[in-house]
Write a protein that binds this ligand. Structure first.
Ligand SMILES: NC(=O)c1ccc[n+]([C@@H]2O[C@H](COP(=O)([O-])OP(=O)(O)OC[C@H]3O[C@@H](n4cnc5c(N)ncnc54)[C@H](O)[C@@H]3O)[C@@H](O)[C@H]2O)c1
Ligand SMILES: O=C(O)CCC(=O)CC(=O)O
Length: 358
Protein backbone atom coordinates (compact mmCIF):
# COMPACT_ATOMS: atom_id res chain seq x y z
CA UNK A 1 0.00 0.00 0.00
CA UNK A 2 1.30 3.48 -0.81
CA UNK A 3 1.99 6.10 1.85
CA UNK A 4 -0.70 8.73 2.28
CA UNK A 5 -1.91 11.64 4.36
CA UNK A 6 -5.59 11.92 5.21
CA UNK A 7 -7.00 15.24 6.43
CA UNK A 8 -10.51 14.79 7.80
CA UNK A 9 -12.61 17.90 7.08
CA UNK A 10 -15.22 18.88 9.60
CA UNK A 11 -18.70 19.43 8.21
CA UNK A 12 -21.94 18.42 9.88
CA UNK A 13 -24.27 16.53 7.52
CA UNK A 14 -27.99 16.21 8.17
CA UNK A 15 -29.47 13.83 5.62
CA UNK A 16 -32.95 12.55 4.81
CA UNK A 17 -36.27 13.16 3.11
CA UNK A 18 -37.81 16.13 4.94
CA UNK A 19 -34.49 17.00 6.65
CA UNK A 20 -35.17 20.69 6.07
CA UNK A 21 -37.37 20.55 9.17
CA UNK A 22 -34.13 20.62 11.20
CA UNK A 23 -33.04 23.97 9.79
CA UNK A 24 -33.82 26.11 12.87
CA UNK A 25 -32.06 23.64 15.16
CA UNK A 26 -29.02 23.65 12.89
CA UNK A 27 -28.83 27.46 12.79
CA UNK A 28 -28.99 27.46 16.59
CA UNK A 29 -26.20 24.88 16.78
CA UNK A 30 -24.06 27.16 14.61
CA UNK A 31 -24.53 29.78 17.33
CA UNK A 32 -25.94 32.21 14.75
CA UNK A 33 -28.71 34.75 15.29
CA UNK A 34 -29.66 35.85 11.77
CA UNK A 35 -29.17 34.24 8.38
CA UNK A 36 -29.05 35.81 4.95
CA UNK A 37 -30.70 33.30 2.59
CA UNK A 38 -29.06 33.00 -0.85
CA UNK A 39 -30.47 31.55 -4.08
CA UNK A 40 -30.52 32.06 -7.83
CA UNK A 41 -33.42 34.12 -9.26
CA UNK A 42 -34.91 30.81 -10.47
CA UNK A 43 -35.02 29.43 -6.93
CA UNK A 44 -36.32 32.54 -5.18
CA UNK A 45 -39.49 30.70 -4.14
CA UNK A 46 -37.43 28.05 -2.37
CA UNK A 47 -35.35 30.79 -0.71
CA UNK A 48 -38.52 32.51 0.48
CA UNK A 49 -39.78 29.19 1.87
CA UNK A 50 -36.50 28.84 3.82
CA UNK A 51 -36.76 32.42 5.08
CA UNK A 52 -40.39 31.85 6.16
CA UNK A 53 -39.30 28.77 8.05
CA UNK A 54 -36.58 30.78 9.82
CA UNK A 55 -39.00 33.56 10.78
CA UNK A 56 -37.23 36.11 12.98
CA UNK A 57 -33.91 34.35 12.36
CA UNK A 58 -34.03 35.37 8.68
CA UNK A 59 -32.14 38.59 7.93
CA UNK A 60 -33.54 38.60 4.39
CA UNK A 61 -33.06 36.89 1.05
CA UNK A 62 -30.54 37.63 -1.69
CA UNK A 63 -31.82 35.81 -4.79
CA UNK A 64 -29.15 36.94 -7.27
CA UNK A 65 -26.65 34.06 -7.44
CA UNK A 66 -25.41 33.32 -10.96
CA UNK A 67 -22.90 30.91 -12.47
CA UNK A 68 -19.20 31.44 -11.61
CA UNK A 69 -19.71 34.13 -8.90
CA UNK A 70 -19.05 37.52 -10.56
CA UNK A 71 -17.12 39.74 -8.13
CA UNK A 72 -19.83 42.43 -8.39
CA UNK A 73 -22.50 39.97 -7.18
CA UNK A 74 -20.21 38.80 -4.37
CA UNK A 75 -19.68 42.39 -3.21
CA UNK A 76 -23.38 43.21 -3.36
CA UNK A 77 -24.26 40.06 -1.38
CA UNK A 78 -21.61 40.80 1.24
CA UNK A 79 -22.89 44.35 1.67
CA UNK A 80 -26.46 43.04 1.99
CA UNK A 81 -25.32 40.58 4.68
CA UNK A 82 -23.71 43.38 6.73
CA UNK A 83 -26.55 45.85 6.14
CA UNK A 84 -29.20 43.34 7.22
CA UNK A 85 -27.27 42.28 10.32
CA UNK A 86 -26.68 38.68 9.23
CA UNK A 87 -24.14 36.59 11.09
CA UNK A 88 -24.43 33.50 8.88
CA UNK A 89 -25.50 32.57 5.36
CA UNK A 90 -27.86 29.86 4.21
CA UNK A 91 -27.39 28.84 0.57
CA UNK A 92 -30.19 26.87 -1.08
CA UNK A 93 -29.34 25.71 -4.60
CA UNK A 94 -26.49 24.33 -6.67
CA UNK A 95 -22.82 25.16 -6.99
CA UNK A 96 -23.49 28.76 -8.07
CA UNK A 97 -25.39 29.61 -4.89
CA UNK A 98 -22.96 27.76 -2.64
CA UNK A 99 -20.17 29.62 -4.45
CA UNK A 100 -21.78 32.96 -3.59
CA UNK A 101 -21.98 31.87 0.07
CA UNK A 102 -18.29 31.03 -0.07
CA UNK A 103 -17.44 34.46 -1.49
CA UNK A 104 -19.22 36.08 1.50
CA UNK A 105 -17.49 33.77 3.98
CA UNK A 106 -14.07 34.38 2.44
CA UNK A 107 -14.10 38.01 3.58
CA UNK A 108 -16.40 37.93 6.56
CA UNK A 109 -15.68 34.53 8.12
CA UNK A 110 -19.46 34.00 8.46
CA UNK A 111 -20.44 30.35 8.80
CA UNK A 112 -22.27 28.80 5.81
CA UNK A 113 -25.15 26.35 5.97
CA UNK A 114 -25.85 24.78 2.58
CA UNK A 115 -29.00 23.08 1.35
CA UNK A 116 -27.80 21.52 -1.94
CA UNK A 117 -30.34 21.03 -4.71
CA UNK A 118 -27.95 19.77 -7.43
CA UNK A 119 -25.19 17.18 -7.33
CA UNK A 120 -22.23 19.54 -7.99
CA UNK A 121 -20.68 18.88 -4.55
CA UNK A 122 -19.31 22.36 -3.77
CA UNK A 123 -20.79 22.11 -0.25
CA UNK A 124 -18.10 19.56 0.64
CA UNK A 125 -15.07 21.58 -0.46
CA UNK A 126 -13.01 24.54 0.68
CA UNK A 127 -12.55 25.49 -2.99
CA UNK A 128 -13.95 28.86 -4.02
CA UNK A 129 -14.15 30.56 -7.41
CA UNK A 130 -14.72 34.25 -8.18
CA UNK A 131 -14.90 35.84 -11.64
CA UNK A 132 -13.38 39.27 -12.17
CA UNK A 133 -13.13 40.99 -15.56
CA UNK A 134 -14.12 37.76 -17.30
CA UNK A 135 -11.42 35.69 -15.58
CA UNK A 136 -12.38 33.04 -12.99
CA UNK A 137 -9.87 32.66 -10.18
CA UNK A 138 -10.11 29.68 -7.87
CA UNK A 139 -8.48 29.10 -4.53
CA UNK A 140 -8.73 27.07 -1.35
CA UNK A 141 -9.47 28.49 2.07
CA UNK A 142 -10.76 26.69 5.19
CA UNK A 143 -13.08 29.66 5.95
CA UNK A 144 -15.29 28.81 2.97
CA UNK A 145 -15.89 25.17 3.90
CA UNK A 146 -19.60 25.01 4.80
CA UNK A 147 -20.11 24.17 8.47
CA UNK A 148 -23.44 22.40 8.05
CA UNK A 149 -25.07 20.71 5.06
CA UNK A 150 -28.72 19.67 4.96
CA UNK A 151 -29.32 17.12 2.22
CA UNK A 152 -33.07 16.84 1.66
CA UNK A 153 -33.96 14.83 -1.48
CA UNK A 154 -37.48 16.32 -1.49
CA UNK A 155 -35.94 19.66 -2.46
CA UNK A 156 -34.35 18.12 -5.56
CA UNK A 157 -37.57 16.78 -7.10
CA UNK A 158 -37.87 19.95 -9.18
CA UNK A 159 -34.37 19.61 -10.68
CA UNK A 160 -35.14 18.98 -14.38
CA UNK A 161 -34.15 15.51 -15.58
CA UNK A 162 -31.60 16.84 -18.09
CA UNK A 163 -29.86 18.85 -15.39
CA UNK A 164 -30.08 15.95 -12.93
CA UNK A 165 -28.20 13.74 -15.38
CA UNK A 166 -25.44 16.22 -16.23
CA UNK A 167 -25.08 17.33 -12.62
CA UNK A 168 -24.86 13.67 -11.56
CA UNK A 169 -22.09 13.07 -14.09
CA UNK A 170 -20.35 16.26 -12.87
CA UNK A 171 -20.28 14.56 -9.45
CA UNK A 172 -19.02 11.29 -10.91
CA UNK A 173 -16.17 13.25 -12.52
CA UNK A 174 -14.87 14.30 -9.08
CA UNK A 175 -14.81 10.69 -7.92
CA UNK A 176 -13.34 9.36 -11.17
CA UNK A 177 -10.38 11.74 -10.99
CA UNK A 178 -10.09 11.13 -7.25
CA UNK A 179 -9.42 7.46 -7.97
CA UNK A 180 -6.19 8.31 -9.79
CA UNK A 181 -5.23 11.44 -7.85
CA UNK A 182 -1.58 11.85 -6.95
CA UNK A 183 -2.58 12.37 -3.31
CA UNK A 184 -5.33 9.73 -3.22
CA UNK A 185 -5.89 7.65 -0.10
CA UNK A 186 -7.87 4.49 0.70
CA UNK A 187 -10.72 6.35 2.42
CA UNK A 188 -11.31 8.62 -0.57
CA UNK A 189 -11.07 5.60 -2.89
CA UNK A 190 -13.91 3.93 -0.98
CA UNK A 191 -16.00 7.08 -1.12
CA UNK A 192 -15.25 7.57 -4.81
CA UNK A 193 -16.28 4.08 -5.80
CA UNK A 194 -19.43 4.15 -3.68
CA UNK A 195 -20.29 7.65 -4.93
CA UNK A 196 -20.01 6.61 -8.58
CA UNK A 197 -22.10 3.49 -7.90
CA UNK A 198 -24.85 5.42 -6.12
CA UNK A 199 -25.19 8.05 -8.85
CA UNK A 200 -24.88 5.64 -11.79
CA UNK A 201 -27.73 3.58 -10.32
CA UNK A 202 -29.86 6.60 -9.41
CA UNK A 203 -29.79 8.41 -12.77
CA UNK A 204 -31.79 5.87 -14.83
CA UNK A 205 -34.38 5.72 -12.02
CA UNK A 206 -34.64 9.52 -11.87
CA UNK A 207 -35.02 9.62 -15.64
CA UNK A 208 -37.94 7.23 -15.41
CA UNK A 209 -39.53 8.93 -12.42
CA UNK A 210 -38.16 12.37 -11.51
CA UNK A 211 -40.29 12.35 -8.33
CA UNK A 212 -38.76 9.09 -7.02
CA UNK A 213 -37.61 10.30 -3.60
CA UNK A 214 -35.53 7.17 -2.95
CA UNK A 215 -33.61 7.59 -6.22
CA UNK A 216 -33.20 11.31 -5.51
CA UNK A 217 -31.83 10.34 -2.09
CA UNK A 218 -29.34 7.93 -3.67
CA UNK A 219 -28.17 10.64 -6.05
CA UNK A 220 -27.68 13.15 -3.21
CA UNK A 221 -25.84 10.52 -1.17
CA UNK A 222 -23.55 9.93 -4.16
CA UNK A 223 -23.11 13.69 -4.62
CA UNK A 224 -22.05 14.01 -0.98
CA UNK A 225 -19.42 11.27 -1.37
CA UNK A 226 -18.13 12.57 -4.72
CA UNK A 227 -18.01 16.15 -3.41
CA UNK A 228 -16.01 14.94 -0.41
CA UNK A 229 -13.48 13.38 -2.79
CA UNK A 230 -13.24 16.69 -4.72
CA UNK A 231 -12.61 18.49 -1.43
CA UNK A 232 -9.90 16.10 -0.28
CA UNK A 233 -7.68 15.14 -3.21
CA UNK A 234 -6.33 16.86 -6.31
CA UNK A 235 -8.13 16.88 -9.65
CA UNK A 236 -6.36 16.28 -12.98
CA UNK A 237 -6.75 16.50 -16.79
CA UNK A 238 -10.53 16.24 -16.87
CA UNK A 239 -11.12 19.16 -14.49
CA UNK A 240 -8.44 21.22 -16.26
CA UNK A 241 -10.18 20.73 -19.61
CA UNK A 242 -13.59 21.57 -18.14
CA UNK A 243 -12.35 24.73 -16.46
CA UNK A 244 -10.67 25.77 -19.72
CA UNK A 245 -13.76 25.10 -21.83
CA UNK A 246 -16.21 26.54 -19.28
CA UNK A 247 -14.08 29.56 -18.40
CA UNK A 248 -12.76 30.62 -21.82
CA UNK A 249 -15.61 29.55 -24.11
CA UNK A 250 -18.53 30.14 -21.77
CA UNK A 251 -19.91 26.59 -22.06
CA UNK A 252 -22.36 25.26 -19.43
CA UNK A 253 -20.55 23.65 -16.49
CA UNK A 254 -22.28 20.30 -15.93
CA UNK A 255 -22.78 19.60 -19.66
CA UNK A 256 -19.09 20.16 -20.35
CA UNK A 257 -18.21 17.71 -17.57
CA UNK A 258 -20.61 15.16 -19.02
CA UNK A 259 -19.13 15.36 -22.53
CA UNK A 260 -15.44 15.57 -21.65
CA UNK A 261 -15.37 12.89 -18.92
CA UNK A 262 -15.42 9.75 -21.13
CA UNK A 263 -12.72 11.24 -23.38
CA UNK A 264 -10.46 12.29 -20.49
CA UNK A 265 -10.87 8.88 -18.84
CA UNK A 266 -10.01 7.13 -22.14
CA UNK A 267 -6.88 9.33 -22.39
CA UNK A 268 -5.79 8.21 -18.90
CA UNK A 269 -6.87 4.56 -19.17
CA UNK A 270 -3.49 2.95 -19.71
CA UNK A 271 -1.77 5.14 -17.12
CA UNK A 272 -4.21 4.31 -14.31
CA UNK A 273 -5.45 0.71 -14.71
CA UNK A 274 -6.49 0.20 -11.07
CA UNK A 275 -8.58 3.35 -11.05
CA UNK A 276 -10.22 2.24 -14.33
CA UNK A 277 -11.10 -1.16 -12.84
CA UNK A 278 -12.73 0.48 -9.81
CA UNK A 279 -14.63 2.93 -12.02
CA UNK A 280 -15.88 0.17 -14.29
CA UNK A 281 -16.94 -1.90 -11.27
CA UNK A 282 -18.81 1.07 -9.79
CA UNK A 283 -20.51 1.76 -13.12
CA UNK A 284 -21.43 -1.91 -13.44
CA UNK A 285 -19.59 -2.27 -16.76
CA UNK A 286 -16.88 -4.72 -15.62
CA UNK A 287 -16.19 -7.40 -18.17
CA UNK A 288 -18.06 -5.92 -21.10
CA UNK A 289 -17.00 -2.29 -21.45
CA UNK A 290 -14.20 0.03 -20.36
CA UNK A 291 -14.82 2.72 -17.75
CA UNK A 292 -14.65 5.36 -20.50
CA UNK A 293 -17.23 3.55 -22.65
CA UNK A 294 -19.40 3.00 -19.57
CA UNK A 295 -19.40 6.74 -18.83
CA UNK A 296 -20.22 7.57 -22.43
CA UNK A 297 -23.13 5.11 -22.43
CA UNK A 298 -24.41 6.39 -19.09
CA UNK A 299 -24.62 9.88 -20.60
CA UNK A 300 -26.04 8.79 -23.96
CA UNK A 301 -28.64 6.40 -22.53
CA UNK A 302 -29.75 9.12 -20.11
CA UNK A 303 -30.37 11.57 -22.95
CA UNK A 304 -27.45 13.86 -22.06
CA UNK A 305 -25.31 15.62 -24.68
CA UNK A 306 -22.16 13.72 -25.70
CA UNK A 307 -20.68 16.22 -28.21
CA UNK A 308 -19.29 19.71 -27.59
CA UNK A 309 -20.65 20.82 -30.96
CA UNK A 310 -24.15 20.34 -29.54
CA UNK A 311 -23.64 22.73 -26.62
CA UNK A 312 -22.20 25.72 -28.49
CA UNK A 313 -18.50 24.92 -28.96
CA UNK A 314 -17.08 26.20 -32.24
CA UNK A 315 -14.72 23.95 -34.22
CA UNK A 316 -12.53 26.99 -34.87
CA UNK A 317 -11.86 27.32 -31.11
CA UNK A 318 -10.51 23.79 -30.58
CA UNK A 319 -6.90 24.75 -31.37
CA UNK A 320 -6.99 27.61 -28.88
CA UNK A 321 -8.59 25.34 -26.26
CA UNK A 322 -5.79 22.79 -26.71
CA UNK A 323 -3.15 25.53 -26.33
CA UNK A 324 -4.78 26.80 -23.13
CA UNK A 325 -5.14 23.30 -21.64
CA UNK A 326 -1.52 22.32 -22.13
CA UNK A 327 -0.19 25.77 -21.19
CA UNK A 328 -0.53 25.34 -17.43
CA UNK A 329 -1.22 21.63 -16.88
CA UNK A 330 -2.38 19.98 -13.61
CA UNK A 331 -0.68 16.79 -12.42
CA UNK A 332 -2.18 13.84 -14.34
CA UNK A 333 -1.31 10.11 -14.41
CA UNK A 334 -0.43 10.60 -18.11
CA UNK A 335 1.37 13.92 -18.53
CA UNK A 336 -0.31 16.49 -20.78
CA UNK A 337 2.06 19.43 -21.19
CA UNK A 338 3.06 21.18 -24.44
CA UNK A 339 4.76 17.96 -25.64
CA UNK A 340 1.35 16.19 -25.63
CA UNK A 341 -0.50 19.04 -27.36
CA UNK A 342 -1.42 16.94 -30.38
CA UNK A 343 -2.93 14.14 -28.21
CA UNK A 344 -4.96 16.73 -26.29
CA UNK A 345 -6.09 18.32 -29.56
CA UNK A 346 -7.27 14.86 -30.69
CA UNK A 347 -9.10 14.34 -27.39
CA UNK A 348 -10.90 17.65 -27.89
CA UNK A 349 -11.81 16.69 -31.45
CA UNK A 350 -13.39 13.47 -30.18
CA UNK A 351 -15.27 15.40 -27.52
CA UNK A 352 -16.38 17.91 -30.14
CA UNK A 353 -17.78 15.18 -32.38
CA UNK A 354 -19.06 12.93 -29.58
CA UNK A 355 -17.03 9.84 -30.53
CA UNK A 356 -17.68 6.83 -28.28
CA UNK A 357 -14.40 5.73 -26.63
CA UNK A 358 -13.48 2.01 -26.85
N1 LIG B 1 -16.07 25.14 -5.53
C1 LIG B 1 -16.42 23.90 -5.73
O1 LIG B 1 -16.00 23.00 -5.01
C2 LIG B 1 -17.36 23.59 -6.84
C3 LIG B 1 -17.75 22.28 -7.09
C4 LIG B 1 -18.65 22.04 -8.13
C5 LIG B 1 -19.16 23.10 -8.88
N2 LIG B 1 -18.73 24.36 -8.58
C6 LIG B 1 -19.26 25.51 -9.35
O2 LIG B 1 -20.69 25.48 -9.29
C7 LIG B 1 -21.22 26.01 -10.50
C8 LIG B 1 -22.19 25.03 -11.13
O3 LIG B 1 -23.13 24.56 -10.19
P1 LIG B 1 -24.35 23.66 -10.63
O4 LIG B 1 -23.96 22.78 -11.74
O5 LIG B 1 -24.90 23.08 -9.39
O6 LIG B 1 -25.36 24.68 -11.29
P2 LIG B 1 -26.11 25.99 -10.72
O7 LIG B 1 -25.94 26.14 -9.27
O8 LIG B 1 -25.67 27.12 -11.58
O9 LIG B 1 -27.62 25.63 -11.03
C9 LIG B 1 -28.06 25.56 -12.37
C10 LIG B 1 -29.52 26.00 -12.47
O10 LIG B 1 -30.34 25.01 -11.85
C11 LIG B 1 -31.22 25.62 -10.94
N3 LIG B 1 -31.54 24.63 -9.90
C12 LIG B 1 -30.72 24.12 -8.99
N4 LIG B 1 -31.36 23.23 -8.22
C13 LIG B 1 -32.63 23.19 -8.68
C14 LIG B 1 -33.78 22.44 -8.30
N5 LIG B 1 -33.72 21.53 -7.32
N6 LIG B 1 -34.91 22.65 -8.98
C15 LIG B 1 -34.96 23.53 -10.01
N7 LIG B 1 -33.89 24.25 -10.43
C16 LIG B 1 -32.76 24.07 -9.76
C17 LIG B 1 -30.45 26.81 -10.43
O11 LIG B 1 -31.30 27.75 -9.82
C18 LIG B 1 -29.81 27.30 -11.71
O12 LIG B 1 -30.74 28.06 -12.45
C19 LIG B 1 -20.04 26.31 -11.39
O13 LIG B 1 -19.72 27.68 -11.29
C20 LIG B 1 -18.92 25.46 -10.80
O14 LIG B 1 -17.64 25.97 -11.09
C21 LIG B 1 -17.86 24.63 -7.60
O1 LIG C 1 -15.44 26.69 -8.06
C1 LIG C 1 -14.81 26.22 -9.02
O2 LIG C 1 -14.98 26.63 -10.15
C2 LIG C 1 -13.77 25.16 -8.84
C3 LIG C 1 -14.26 23.78 -8.54
C4 LIG C 1 -15.11 23.22 -9.61
O3 LIG C 1 -15.64 23.90 -10.42
C5 LIG C 1 -15.29 21.76 -9.65
C6 LIG C 1 -15.92 21.33 -10.93
O4 LIG C 1 -15.32 21.53 -11.98
O5 LIG C 1 -17.04 20.77 -10.88
Amino acid sequence: MKEFIYNGQLARVVFGAGALKHLEREIELLGARKALVLSTPEQQTQAQMVADRLGARAAGIFPKAVMHVPIETAREAREAAYRLGADCVVAIGGGSTTGLGKAIALDSGMPILVIPTTYAGSEMTSIYGITEAGLKKTGKDPRVLPRTVIYDPELTLTLPVAMSVTSGINAIAHAAEGLYAQDSNPVMDLMAEEGIRAIAQALPAIRQRPDDVAARGDALYGAWLCGTVLGNVGMALHHKLCHTLGGSFNLPHAEVHTIVLPQAIAFNAEAAPQAMARMARALGTTGHASAAAGLFELARSSGAPVALKDIGMQAADLDHAADLAVGNPYWNPRPFGPAQRSAIRQLLQRAYEGVRPD
